[in-house]
Design a protein around this ligand. Structure first.
Ligand SMILES: *[C@@H]1O[C@H](CO)[C@@H](O)[C@H](O)[C@H]1NC(C)=O
Ligand SMILES: *[C@@H]1O[C@H](CO)[C@@H](O)[C@H](O)[C@H]1NC(C)=O
Ligand SMILES: *[C@@H]1O[C@H](CO)[C@@H](O)[C@H](O)[C@H]1NC(C)=O
Ligand SMILES: *[C@@H]1O[C@H](CO)[C@@H](O)[C@H](O)[C@H]1NC(C)=O
Ligand SMILES: *[C@@H]1O[C@H](CO)[C@@H](O)[C@H](O)[C@H]1NC(C)=O
Ligand SMILES: *[C@@H]1O[C@H](CO)[C@@H](O)[C@H](O)[C@H]1NC(C)=O
Ligand SMILES: *[C@@H]1O[C@H](CO)[C@@H](O)[C@H](O)[C@H]1NC(C)=O
Ligand SMILES: *[C@@H]1O[C@H](CO)[C@@H](O)[C@H](O)[C@H]1NC(C)=O
Length: 744
């Protein structure tokens, strides 16, 4: 091996001193060592002086020194790069593992040779052009930028590392710039890549499908490659762009765990690869099947961001760090820390069959029960192709004459004139849209058949009778922006539910998916910037786009089309691995449940939905019994009482629905002054008896008053956390107990 000449001339003068930015330490020299650290986490890597490659040293709990974890001169049948713990593995020089970066050059070869040239440190964090990302000021985050250059292809890579000490989090992304004269193609781009030493590890991810989202999937990381991806064009309900890595001994509340989340809504891939050495390569980023991104001379390609959090307090600790990072440093909505209005959505009650007067009647029913927001779902639009079923009208966002002869404005005025029961407030109004889609039977498709995603002569496959508009086209982006603006101008609208009901099939090129996602972010960024007063809710046939990318713009997302109380426990606990319950939209619907046919008590369904930031009813009050009508106002007022804890509290999973007949969770305010406990009994049985519920996040020395569900007691935090509560349950299935906690 010939030592590469150190490109000392490329070192900027300011890089030769010690870093003067908080939480980042650089041991300077021609081959520096970098450390991003708080009192509880450390992220460390260094430059190999011989190859100028970046070598990963550590990511996890705080470590005072940097100690390289590979021997540096291991030999074997692989190339030298195969036997290094790498930080930004490129391809073609004898590293036989899956690379983070794979670029095809104009010559046709795919060899890259990125070498260190310098670094910068910055207080705060620069934004990612065109992409959602975490943000923060100088007190919250610091950023290290490491510069690499491949002299053979004239492509530079700038690696961005940010540390958020308050949230035990590291954010990573990179930028490629083509400084050469010919177009290269980026085939693979993993925003996050590290090689960890040989340790026993479990991979935990969220798998599922439509109406069956967010199953916790835990397996041990064996030799070879394991992972998952979405090629659906969206993050998808099949696999969420999130995973955790932890030793087999880690539990909900104990042991180290790292969580990884890709802040992106398009196709993605996660690859975890254990190599001959036992080392584990961890990659998360774009899906190579949907990339092949052309990088023209002078163009820059920015990878989406991955955030990783570390906790030594098990998966609950890992999730809490992700939740606090997402709420404080990712979400831009000013609803993030606000309680959300209880709503009634028309879909399961009326479907497509409604008009001005029947909708106003439904709205009156909502207000009588105590809802403060009424949402008109699908079916309100279409002129030449009236949207009376799902075969037609998508794309034509003008109110249907037959249903709303006076238009949206007067209709919404009638809804707004309704007084919410026992209050002086008026009902507010929300509307459903699915602006990224079109039915072939629509004025829009007739006028612009080329506006949809398609691939030459291939059939344009229909799903739910619809095609996907190509949001990579600026004219489509502008059409959607103008259409939504027109709707918002036409009536007094406070909430928008933005749906998306199919995946992407025929693409004109693999790059069309990323181009689409960038266009979609442009549209959503534009509309949410212009309309911060609107409460935006994302939806994609349920949890098909429950991802950190959209949480940047929208404060909440519909969690699943499956509203069955029992299934929802699993779906919501699973979703909470990555995302804060305050961002979940959850509704109470009628029984037997429309998706699974199960009958559960109203109080159980309501308690499950009350664990989410946004609560609603999805039913027609006309079809409720008098008993149900009498009970619902109390359920809504209880939900409203505890909503501030759901929005602002730290979330603890106390018992998982996969593992216990008595699933339990609680929210505690960060100062431990108050909280709320949810406990469920799935089935009644004579034996065994329920486990005591051991609370978390309380002040051990303080006394707490517990109230709710005919329960009232005062106990100290130590007793609640160490002895726990033994609750008495009715002899019945699907029971729930909600207890409020208040420090005395
Ligand atoms: C390289 O390998 C030899 C023998 O295995 C060992 O003694 C030496 O310390 C290793 N490390 C370096 C950096 O040379
Ligand atoms: C690009 O082309 C210019 C003009 O032909 C030449 O001077 C330069 O060296 C080329 N750059 C690279 C990286 O090939
Ligand atoms: C509105 O719909 C209701 C219920 O389907 C129907 O009874 C009523 O006649 C309709 N009103 C108009 C104006 O079409
Ligand atoms: C309104 O008050 C009445 C009388 O107290 C009560 O029965 C009813 O449930 C309340 N409705 C709502 C929506 O709070
Ligand atoms: C859908 O609605 C349109 C317009 O009202 C109607 O012509 C068509 O027959 C309906 N199709 C189905 C499958 O119900
Ligand atoms: C494409 O669509 C046409 C018309 O619907 C159909 O006859 C044909 O079988 C389809 N081709 C494929 C490959 O699915
Ligand atoms: C939104 O897009 C419209 C149309 O392209 C443009 O005129 C407007 O300036 C944009 N607004 C923002 C806030 O980006
Ligand atoms: C959100 O912020 C905007 C301005 O940034 C303001 O006009 C709007 O009223 C705010 N909405 C809420 C609910 O605070």
């Amino acid at each position: 091996m010939v030592a590469r000449k150190l490109a000392l001339c490329l070192f900027p003068a300011w890089a030769l001193g010690q870093s003067n930015v908080k939480w980042i330490t650089v041991e300077d020299g021609p081959a520096p060592s970098f450390s991003l650290a708080s009192t509880s986490i450390s992220y460390q890597f260094h430059v190999d002086p011989w190859t100028l490659d970046l070598i990963h040293d550590h990511w996890g709990g705080y470590a005072a020194e940097t100690v390289p974890q590979d021997p540096g001169n291991l030999s074997g049948w692989g190339g030298q790069y195969t036997y290094r713990l790498r930080e930004f593995p490129d391809s073609g020089r004898g590293d036989f593992r899956t690379p983070a970066i794979h670029i095809q050059h104009a010559s046709g070869d795919t060899v890259s040779a990125f070498a260190y040239t310098g670094y910068e440190v910055k207080a705060g964090k620069p934004g990612l052009p065109g992409l959602p990302a975490t943000y923060g000021d100088e007190e919250e985050v610091s950023t290290l930028i490491v510069h690499l250059y491949d002299e053979y292809s004239a492509i530079s890579a700038d690696l961005y590392y940010s540390i958020f000490p308050e949230h035990n989090a590291i954010a990573r992304s990179f930028r490629l710039t083509n400084k050469g004269n010919s177009t290269a193609t980026v085939l693979r781009a993993s925003s996050w890549s590290i090689d960890t030493p040989n340790e026993e590890l479990d991979l935990i991810d969220l798998r599922g499908d439509w109406a069956n989202e967010a199953h916790i999937n835990r397996r041990s990381v064996g030799y070879g490659e394991q992972g998952f991806r979405s090629t659906a064009g969206y993050s998808s309900a099949f696999h969420n762009p999130f995973f955790a890595l932890a030793p087999p001994s880690t539990t909900e509340s104990q042991g180290p765990a790292t969580g990884y989340s890709l802040i992106y809504t398009g196709s993605f891939a996660a690859n975890i690869e254990r190599w001959s050495t036992g080392w584990v390569r961890v990659l998360l980023g774009l899906n190579p099947l949907h990339l092949s991104w052309p990088l023209k001379p002078d163009d820059t390609f920015t990878s989406p961001e991955v955030v990783s959090t570390y906790s030594e307090k098990g998966f609950s600790g890992m999730s809490q760090s992700l939740h606090s990072l997402f709420k404080h440093q990712l979400s831009r909505s000013n609803y993030t820390f606000k309680t959300r209005p209880p709503l009634l959505n028309s879909w399961e009650g009326l479907g497509f069959d409604f008009n001005h007067s029947s909708m106003v009647e439904l709205a009156q029913g909502a207000a009588d029960l105590g809802c403060t927001l009424f949402v008109n779902d699908d079916g309100w639009f279409g002129t030449d192709y009236p949207r009376d079923n799902d075969t037609l009208g998508l794309g034509d966002w003008t109110p249907q004459k037959k249903k709303f002869p006076e238009g949206l404005g007067p209709y919404v005025d009638d809804v707004n004139a309704i007084t919410v029961a026992n209050s002086s407030s008026k009902l507010s109004f929300g509307l459903w849209v699915e602006p990224e889609m079109v039915n072939p039977e629509s004025d829009l498709y007739v006028a612009h058949p080329d506006w949809v995603l398609h691939a030459g002569p291939h059939n344009r496959t229909l799903v739910r009778n619809q095609l996907v508009l190509n949001l990579g086209l600026p004219e489509v982006q502008d059409y959607i922006i103008n259409t939504i603006e027109k709707i918002l101008d036409s009536a007094n609208i406070d909430y928008i539910k933005w749906d998306n009901n199919r995946g992407q099939h025929e693409l004109s090129s693999p790059a069309a998916n990323h181009a689409y996602i960038l266009g979609m972010y442009r549209v959503i960024d534009n509309l949410t910037t212009t309309h911060p007063e609107i409460l935006w809710e994302g939806c994609a046939s349920g949890g098909g786009r429950f991802d950190a990318g959209l949480l940047h713009y929208w404060p909440q997302s519909w969690t699943s089309d499956n509203t069955d109380g029992l299934d929802r426990l699993q779906i919501q606990f699973g979703t909470s691995y990555a995302y804060p319950p305050s961002a979940m939209g959850c509704h109470v619907s009628a029984v037997p449940n429309g998706q699974v046919g199960r009958i559960t008590p109203l109080a159980f369904r309501s308690a499950v939905a009350s664990m989410c930031g946004s609560y609603g009813l999805e039913l027609d009050p006309k079809h409720l019994t008098q008993e149900e009508l009498d009970v619902i106002p109390g359920l809504i007022s209880l939900q409203q009482e505890i909503n501030p804890f759901v929005i602002n509290g730290d979330f603890y999973r106390l018992a998982l629905p996969d593992q216990s007949n008595w699933p339990a969770a609680m929210f505690a305010l960060p100062d431990a002054s108050a909280g709320v406990l949810f406990v469920f009994q799935v089935r009644y049985g004579t034996k065994p008896l329920p486990q005591p519920v051991k609370l978390k996040g309380l002040d051990a020395d303080a006394k707490y008053k517990l109230t709710g569900d005919a329960y009232e007691t005062t106990l100290s935090g130590s007793t609640l956390m160490n002895t726990g509560l033994s609750l008495a349950w009715p002899h019945a299935d699907y029971q729930s107990i909600i207890l409020k906690l208040e420090r005395l």
